[in-house]
Write a protein that binds this ligand. Structure first.
Ligand code: KG4
Ligand code: ZN
Length: 353
């Protein structure tokens, strides 16, 4: 496995990322170009503009990943690329690049499911992590609780019935006038540290539903109503408000975060129960995806896991948010099991993808 070297490419949302990883888990390079300026200007991701931004930097990002790894395409064993879920215009930029390289250098290509990559990168981080394990995946577009029984064999225990938690973080951050540069989530986490989490009594979603599904649309509405009733001017950026207004905003941030995460805790408790019924040998809960880079989330879920006698595996923040390493690594996992596509034809037309 040490001889295997895979290039991973990720363009499913707003980050253009590439990385080179060795079969033994050694990360040879990782490069990310984020669309911070676009995010700040538009407060979110606009697919057409995101596609253009990916197209502008993709060649450079991949080249830099190869350079930093001190490799050329000739050294690669395969190219892995995210094929979904995500914005199709954006995904296409990555897939086109991957097929072009794979075609020119006669390399096998591995199509990667973005959420599987979020989950499996935990196996790069924690070498003891064997199947089966339980995974909570929390990002901007998805909330998933899955029982990973084996590579490619996943049982979905719960999903979101409306918005994902990251979407709720982003919307709340935007309403509170926070900077969207690094995604609203991390700005909100910072602000929440200054607030009183008990000050506003938001209700925990789906209390009466004894399942493992998620819902964040109702909590978003609760936050919206609280902002209106406190007369917070959502058009005023955070940095230009009065200190009294700031502490109000911090209270809303902290109260939102507490309940948003309580919902995760509750669902995880139940999922652990369910999962242990199906697979009594489970020892780990993996928590990954952009929102898993949040320290409060990590701490709270750490408690849940401990209480239930399991271990938490939460990749370092840089590997929780979208990145190329998780794609390369998941490519390695599949490649080693012989799951890949043959090199595309060299003369494949550009618009094939
Ligand atoms: O996995 P990811 O990078 O992209 C998707 O697949 O969606 O997740 C992005 C989400 C965004 O909603 C972002 O605001 C959120 O992760 N996020 C956070 C934090 N860092 C990123 N949410 C809460 N706290 C954070 N520190
Ligand atoms: Zn993601």
């Amino acid at each position: 496995r040490d001889d295997i070297v895979v290039l991973g490419i990720e363009t499913s949302c707003d980050d253009t990322a590439a990385a080179v990883v060795r079969g033994n888990g050694e990360i040879l390079s990782q490069v990310i170009s984020s669309q911070a300026d676009l995010l700040e200007r538009y407060g979110g991701v606009a697919p057409k503009m995101a596609e253009e931004a990916h197209s502008q930097v993709i060649d450079q990002v991949v080249q830099q990943a190869l350079d930093e790894a001190n490799l050329t395409e000739n050294h690669l064993s395969a190219v892995a690329v995210t094929i979904g879920p995500g914005l199709s215009l954006c995904l296409r930029v990555g897939v086109r690049k991957a097929r072009q390289i794979a075609g020119s250098f006669k390399l096998p290509i591995v199509g990667i499911h973005h959420m599987e990559a979020h989950a499996l990168v935990a196996r790069l981080v924690e070498r003891e992590l064997q199947f089966p394990f339980l995974a909570l995946l929390i990002s901007g577009g998805h909330n998933l609780l899955v029982l990973a029984r084996d590579l490619g064999h996943y049982v979905q225990l719960g999903t979101t019935i409306d918005d994902a938690i990251g979407e709720a973080y982003d919307k709340t951050a935007r309403w509170l006038g926070l900077s969207m540069r690094r995604g609203g989530g991390s700005a909100l986490e910072e602000l929440a540290r200054e607030g009183n989490a008990q000050s506003i009594k938001f209700s925990v979603p789906m209390k009466q539903h004894k399942d493992c599904n998620f819902s964040y649309a109702g909590l978003k509405t609760q936050v919206r109503l609280a902002i209106e009733s406190k007369k917070i001017d959502t058009e005023t950026p955070f940095f230009s408000t009065s200190s009294q207004d700031r502490s109000l905003r911090a209270d809303i941030a902290a109260s939102f975060q507490r309940v948003a995460v309580l919902h995760l805790e509750e669902r995880c408790e139940r999922a652990i129960d369910w999962a242990l019924n199906i697979e009594p040998s489970i020892k780990y809960l993996v928590v990954s995806g952009g929102v898993a880079s949040n320290q409060y989330v990590r701490t709270r879920l750490g408690e849940v896991v401990k209480k239930n006698g399991l271990q938490l595996v939460c990749p370092p923040p840089k590997l929780c948010t979208d990145n190329g390493v998780m794609v390369a690594w998941t490519g390695i996992e599949h490649f080693c099991k012989g799951r890949f596509d043959p090199p595309p034809p060299v003369d494949e037309p550009e618009d094939f993808v």
